[in-house]
Design a protein around this ligand. Sequence first.
Ligand code: ZN
Length: 494
Amino acid sequence: MNDTPTLTLYNSLTRQKETFTPQDPSRVTMYNCGPTVYSYAHIGNARAAVVADVLFRVLRHIYGQEAVVYARNITDVDDRIIQSAKETGKPISEITEKYAKIYNDDLAAIGCLPPTYQPKATEHISHMIEMISKLMEDGFAYASDDHVFFDVSTYDDYGKLSGNTLDALRGGDRVGEGEVARKKNSADFVLWKPELDGVGWDAPFGRGRPGWHIECSAMAKATLGEVIDIHCGGVDLKFPHHENEIAQSCCANGHEKFANYWVHNEFLNMAKADGSSEKMSKSLGNVTLVHDLLKEWDGEVIRLALLKAHYRSELNWSEDLLKESKAQLDGWYRKKADYFRVKSLGAGSNVPTYLDELLDELNIPLLLAGLDNVSEYIETLYTANSEGGISNEQMSENEDWNIFVDLDFMIKRANLLGFLQKDPEVWRKGGLDYDVLVEEYDSVRAQAIAAKEAGDKAKMGEMFKRSDEIRDQVAAEGIVIESGPDGKSTWRKA
Ligand SMILES: [Zn+2]
């Protein structure tokens, strides 16, 4: 394929911009570390997911939809999950299934395509045991006090991704006293831990549970292969998680590399009222959940806000950023409505979807700015047309002024980034029209009461059922209907 567009990516491993060349263009592989499912995803998690989603879309555009294999795991065994099960008295599977579903629903709402594979850690325990056994056999790992550790001194490239040398790691020893006593080197990390609260699996090196890092190495190998093309994730996972994934996978599989390209997105910070910013953290009480944001904002607004900064720059998250994104999308959606209107007049266009900005290190902000430029240009044509400067004929005939071509160009590119997915009319109304629904609610309630008085039980049941449906429908969007005097109800945000 000579006409395959050239994609360049900044590779965190080599610290330079490189031309992306997959091992096999008919099977391009990418892996992204998924959530530990014991609570809701925050907006920082969402940034990593959305950046990976854009990369996934670009790769699908270049190599074909079927040619890109994307795995994003679910970590469903973890000390915090076990702790949560203990505190709530709920079975582990109930907690993990609930939060895995919420995670997928929230990500779908912000326009992330489902990955090709979503392996669960608990379904790959045998692969983890296999990998740990191999590492022990070959002298890369050792058992100590019911644990198995990876011996970092056996792997010369340890620290290459994060830039941490073993000496520096020794200096910055932050592990607990107990762990140090069990380990040969302070930077050694755990592959296998003893059973906790009855949670464990039988293994040749003792009954227990996996460490977090080995999970990703085993799942990536099982779903994608021993060497993957691209590994993405938030920069917060670079060390130790990704560093450890590399060490385990390279030593167990005997390859020089685990992933050929590492794509890391930068931090998301929370903007403060005084214009400065701070890290998002529980102790600062500023953790923002995607689930909560979705009650107030459309998923596309959140997605656009997340993509406003280049993925390799820090992003300052604020209410203003959301408002700005909403206004921008309102403008684009008006163009989408125009597109349908002009199309219905018989206009045609076959503008190819090209995405040069994305091919250069995923320059999403540049593409977004381009969309705004086209949108503004169309506005100037409208103005000129309404003022008599350009006639209707000129607007549809002149190549430079063909609004339909511009609209088509703009919408195709927005679609490719996961925007303008809705009907413009639905967008304008902002989802459900609560006023109309509350009116219907009052009407069916009145009919139900009348049917009750008339002794028509069937009709009464039917009307109450409909009123319950409306209540549930708005409740799903965080809206409560409140009954008022004279059978006149109102709605408010829950
Ligand atoms: Zn991982």
